[in-house]
Ligand binder design. Structure first.
Ligand code: UDP
Ligand code: MG
Length: 318
């Protein structure tokens, strides 16, 4: 087999504190792997600046100027979020050309040495290699448990996504080309690469604490990511809502029959305040919740129908 050309995609948002060290480290990895003839010498890093407001882009430009073959990148006109940056990276390297692409976070929390294992799996013929983290010790309590809840919910809803896999993975050119067939705007990458059904392997790796700067995710962005993941890969919540509706209707019908029976035959006007108030609260809550679930999907459809571009690029370094 010919020596593959690797592209390493790095989304970055306000990462001026760590981007230079990251660039240096990844260049070392490229060097090390190309010396072992596992990847070609023109393999490259592809930075996607997600509309940073600090010096991130200038640093990327400097890295590119001192090594144009191995450092490339693009800059968004504004912040679109990590998923869009990853998608742009995957599309960008598909255009620039590569045999396989790995995506990794700019803070190098994911063990960069695992890239070698990814490449080995790729050489064995796997089209997709997922990085699975060994533990979640570097995460706070909230993130740890919300992530667990998310994976459990997703799997229960039938959208099989691998547990403890964040967007650290290798995908082959074939997978990149298949992305073209999925024009949806809110592509949820973790579900998407599973959905393709390509030959998949996984590699375990350790997570380090963030090297510099702060996490760019907060409660709302994580919640948004989770909801997008669920609504773009499962319609089970809609089914649950319909089933609940049916179930409630059956109960209401039985209660109605009972009330009429008591009224007509037992002349016994029901002393049922508790029942009424409980049912009122319960059904009211359920209705609003159901509307919310349906609303999430309507929102998803709304965004897709508008067909706005996923992102707009301001500058490119090829
Ligand atoms: N990121 C991005 N756009 C955003 C938020 C984050 O491109 O709007 C990038 C960020 O620069 C980093 C990666 O996504 O490379 C993961 O972010 P972070 O390390 O802050 O997340 P955490 O490790 O805390 O989950
Ligand atoms: Mg991080």
């Amino acid at each position: 087999m010919q020596i593959p050309k690797l592209a390493i995609i790095v989304p970055c948002y306000n990462e001026e504190l760590c981007i230079e060290a990251t660039c240096k480290r990844l260049l070392e990895i490229i060097d090390m792997l190309s010396q072992k003839s596992k990847i070609s010498q023109d393999s490259y890093i592809y930075f996607v600046d997600d509309g940073s407001k600090d010096k991130t882009w200038e640093i990327i430009e400097n890295c590119h100027n001192s090594n144009p073959t191995n450092v490339k990148g693009l800059k968004f006109i504004r912040n679109y979020g990590n998923q869009k940056a990853l998608i742009a990276g995957l599309e960008g390297v598909r255009e620039l050309g590569c045999d396989c692409a790995v995506s990794i976070d700019a803070d190098l929390q994911q063990d960069e040495l695992a890239i070698e294992k990814f490449i080995d799996k790729y050489a064995e013929g796997y089209e997709i290699v997922l990085g699975i983290r060994n533990d979640r010790n570097t995460d706070g309590i909230f993130k740890k448990y919300s992530a667990l809840l998310f994976y459990k919910t997703m799997n229960m809803l039938g959208a099989k996504i691998p547990v403890n896999h964040s967007d650290y993975r290798l995908v082959s050119k074939k997978a990149l080309d298949m992305m073209k067939l999925y024009p949806e705007k809110a592509l949820f990458l973790r579900g998407f690469f599973y959905e393709l059904g390509l030959n998949t392997a996984s590699v375990n790796f350790d997570v380090k604490p963030r090297s510099a700067g702060q996490s760019k995710f907060n409660f709302f962005s994580l919640m948004g990511l989770a909801l997008n993941g669920i609504t773009s890969f499962s319609i089970v919540p809609l089914r649950i809502v319909s089933c609940l509706g049916l179930f409630m209707a059956v109960i209401a019908f039985c209660l109605g029959v009972e009330a009429i029976y008591e009224k007509l035959y037992l002349q016994n006007v029901i002393n049922g305040f508790t029942t009424v108030i409980t049912m009122l609260g319960f059904i009211g809550g359920l209705q609003i919740f159901s509307l919310g679930v349906i609303g999430e999907y309507v929102g998803q459809v709304y965004k897709e129908v508008k067909a706005r571009p996923r992102y707009i690029t301001e500058k490119e370094l090829n």
